[in-house]
Design a protein around this ligand. Structure first.
Ligand SMILES: [Zn+2]
Length: 238
């Protein structure tokens, strides 16, 4: 079971519960007090903190929640030194046992050098931190474009119905860019109009799916002919 709730200005908080064992994880800790409130509202005891990367709006509540609940903190091994309170460093291909669930760890560097995504096949869901956003991708603070491209390709290979839980509500600003790159993409226009309807009602546009992003996200479609031509990177230019 996955719950989503807004945190800070434009972050999302997520709680993942494995019902048989009652294990409960928060994915990142944008706002310790808000996550605590959401846990109490649902009568949940936090057992795990799954960090995607070291930015403060993802680890800011780590120590408060660890202190209060004794939760185990896991995060990218490569950036362990920058993850407050980390207990276990994880790397690509590691499996995190979580009750009846096996959570698969994927290294997705680009936004930061150490960045993990957590794929939960039993929930057909992946928590991608700041790697993929609806119709966009994370800013390259530390990694290279090639690293981000590879990370997105890795995520794109997941089953198409996999839900993508991105960590920010950036959809409408991403849409404004996406439409300039691929103005004739009807799937994109449909997705933008659905996103506007949701945002008008103050509803989240997250989660999206791998299948939807493959049809609409310019960074996951970077090799399509229309995009290469529109941004003038088609073969003739080389
Ligand atoms: Zn970040």
């Amino acid at each position: 079971m996955i719950s989503l709730f807004p945190c800070l200005n434009d972050n999302y908080g997520f709680l993942l519960v494995e019902p048989d064992s009652g294990l409960c994880a928060t994915i990142d800790t944008p706002d310790g007090a808000e996550i605590d409130k959401q846990l109490q509202k649902r009568g949940l005891t936090l057992t795990h903190i799954l960090n995607t990367h070291h930015h403060f709006d993802h680890v800011g509540g780590n120590l408060f929640l660890k202190e209060k609940y004794g939760a185990t903190i896991v995060g990218p091994k490569r950036d362990a030194a920058r993850i407050p309170g980390i207990d276990i460093g994880l790397a690509d291909g590691d499996i995190l046992p979580f009750g009846a669930y096996d959570i698969q760890v994927m290294d997705t560097p680009g936004h930061t050098l150490g960045h993990c995504a957590y794929y939960v096949p039993d929930e057909a869901s992946v928590f991608v931190g700041d790697t993929i956003f609806v119709m966009g991708c994370g800013r390259l603070f530390e990694g290279t474009p090639a690293q981000m491209f590879d990370s997105m390709a890795k995520l794109a290979a997941l089953p198409k119905d996999t839900k993508i839980y991105c960590a920010h509500e950036y959809t409408l600003s991403n849409a404004a860019f996406a439409v300039t790159v691929e103005p004739d993409n009807q799937d994109l226009h449909r997705a933008i109009s659905m996103a506007k309807t949701l945002r008008d009602k103050n509803q989240p546009t997250v989660p999206t799916t791998i299948g939807t992003e493959l049809k609409t996200n310019p960074f996951m479609r970077a090799e399509t002919a229309a995009i290469l031509s529109n941004i003038r990177m088609d073969k003739d230019r080389f």
